[in-house]
Design a protein around this ligand. Structure first.
Ligand SMILES: *Cc1c(COP(=O)(O)O)cnc(C)c1O
Length: 544
């Protein structure tokens, strides 16, 4: 038998054994490494993005709710994982997987994440994370500098300051946005004469004390759904997350934003935060951040930038100007598990002023004590893994120069793909790529007539059938498993805000070539030509 550990029976003796390191390497565990590297090579070469079986079938492998009474061999579990989990996973790393914000990882992230698991530090407090806490504070400082570009004196003062933090490291953009809005809310309803602050007294007392009817958060219609969750959790209410109209390129309209602020003020509502989007999830659009900053400043409102996706554009000397004004934001969200290419579970929010985050400070005696450098005193989450070592590794190994290349490549490729779509007679570009995301749809000759019709009903009927066709193409392509694009629904200006279903492409994998993208279109044409449901929808187009 190999050195593998087995709980032959649930005895204390065998329990002790699984918590000690084996004398000889466990050969069954080696199988996992082998399989994963084989699979990765397979993903890259075969361009297969998903296994053939459908979800309902796969669910059968995971249908037993009963925890086994008897222990089993590690190798049994590994067999199961290789067969039922690894083999049936989505091949995110494939260069023809261009539909979502997840993409391939640099090879070194895998062994480095083992260090993290092996050490199992808990970033909630220094007592469980010695080197990791200063390292995470450094990472926060580095991203803070990427955004705000303060001088070294500033970071000397604040980066390792025991009563402040330059930001909050968390599991992703959702929690980062929540953290920023939490700080904004607590700053608006801060302690004052006769009021101990919202953190102590609650929302109702806060609104009452300051005589506000409600709080509001303003963001463009392209705002991410995590903001709605934050509005809910923070007690603001989803209705008070107000969507501001966008222009023809999906960017917030500052004139409408300003009017809305004035109207809310008149109605007795307090605007708690204005959120600018830098890289919207659906279209990659970037709001005019400087113009938003002017409005936020004039209204004395917290200005947050959600650059979960687009933040790393700051590495690009060519494209950084698109985000001009971000340095005026009170807080900025950046997801590390997107365009910093670290594994899932890493995001952060940085704050312009170190005092802002103090509004959510929380202390406990046995943990996160006052005056300690514990990062847990400023975070929504409690126990947290040392993901910062992976961001730290990326920032050193890939560095500014590497990230700049990755960003520039992705945007150049998106522009080239947009051109390819524009030149095709049977596709229509719906949103121009501002960053590395674009949307488009299949548009055959006979539908163009319908869209050009003077009759509004004919136009609507045409779009309705086109929406059906787009959905069918996307689903069939996903089912075939050779390549993957996602789909969403937009209300573009060019179609009088009618709902238009679009195919969405995100270009973040440097291995995605123009040839692969040309093949994505070819495959969609092939689906149109052969899929009976698409054929049927085509006959239902008016003007055919
Ligand atoms: C991805 C994303 C989020 C949410 O981040 P998660 O990491 O998925 O929690 C928020 N905003 C934008 C613009 C995003 O792209």
């Amino acid at each position: 038998m190999t050195e593998q550990k087995k709980l032959a029976e649930a005895s204390l003796d065998s329990l002790y054994r699984i918590f000690t390191v084996p004398e000889a390497p466990d050969s069954t565990l080696g199988k996992i490494d082998q399989s994963i590297s084989q699979n990765l090579t397979g993903f890259l070469q075969e361009h297969i993005v998903a296994a053939e079986r459908d979800l309902a079938q796969i669910e059968k492998d995971f249908s037993n709710p009963f925890i086994p009474q008897e222990p089993s061999f590690v190798s049994d579990q590994i067999e199961f994982l290789l067969d039922k989990v690894v083999a049936q996973s989505v091949h995110i790393a494939s260069p023809s997987f261009v539909g979502h914000m997840a993409s391939a990882l640099p090879y070194f992230m895998l062994p480095l994440s083992r260090i993290m698991t092996a050490l199992n530090q808990n970033l909630v407090k220094v007592e469980t994370s010695k080197a990791f806490t200063p390292l995470e504070r450094q990472v926060l400082g580095m991203i803070h500098h990427l955004v705000y570009q303060r001088d070294s004196q500033y970071y000397e003062t604040w980066m390792h300051n025991s009563s402040h933090a330059l930001g909050s490291f968390c599991s992703g953009g959702t929690i980062a946005n929540l953290t920023a809005l939490w700080a904004a809310r607590n700053t608006v309803l801060r302690p004052s004469e006769g009021f101990a602050g919202i953190a102590q007294e609650g929302l109702a007392a806060g609104l009452n004390h300051y005589a506000y009817k409600s709080l509001a958060i303003l963001v463009s219609e392209r705002g991410h759904y995590s903001l709605a969750k934050a509005a809910d959790i923070l007690g603001i209410g989803r209705r008070n997350l107000i969507a501001i109209e966008t222009d023809g390129r999906n960017r917030i309209r500052p004139d409408v934003l300003e009017q809305k602020c004035a109207q809310l003020h008149k109605d007795g509502s307090r605007v708690m935060a204005i959120v600018g989007v830098a890289g919207s999830s659906e279209t990659g659009s970037v709001d005019p951040l400087d113009a938003i900053a002017d409005i936020a400043q004039a209204q004395n409102v917290h200005f947050h930038v959600d650059s979960a996706w687009g933040g790393p554009t700051l590495f690009s000397r060519q494209h950084r100007p698109l985000l001009k004004g971000i340095e005026r934001a009170d807080s900025v969200t950046i997801d590390a598990h997107k365009q910093l290419y670290v594994p899932m579970g890493a995001g952060l929010c940085v704050f312009k002023k170190p005092e802002t985050l103090a509004s959510v400070e929380h202390h406990a005696e046995y943990i996160i004590r006052k005056g300690s450098k514990d990062l847990g005193s400023h975070s929504v989450e409690g126990s947290r893994p040392g993901m910062a070592i992976l961001v730290h590794a990326g920032l050193h190994i890939i560095a500014k120069g590497g990230y700049e290349l990755l960003i520039d490549e992705g945007i150049a490729k998106a522009k080239a793909f947009a051109q390819m779509i524009r030149e095709a007679d049977d596709f229509e570009l719906i949103s121009e790529p501002e960053l590395n995301i674009l949307t488009y749809r299949y548009l055959p000759e006979q539908a163009k007539l319908g869209l050009a019709s003077a009759d509004i009903e004919v136009r609507q009927q045409t779009n309705k059938q086109l929406n059906r066709i787009t959905k069918l193409i996307q689903k069939t392509q996903r089912g075939r498993g050779l390549s993957f694009v996602s789909r969403t629904q937009l209300n573009p200006k060019q179609y009088a805000r009618e709902p238009i279903v679009v195919l969405r492409v995100v270009l973040a994998n440097p291995l995605t070539s123009m040839e692969i993208l040309a093949n994505v279109l070819e495959e969609q044409r092939a689906i149109v030509a052969t899929d009976p449901a698409v054929q049927e929808a085509l006959t239902l187009l008016p003007c055919t």
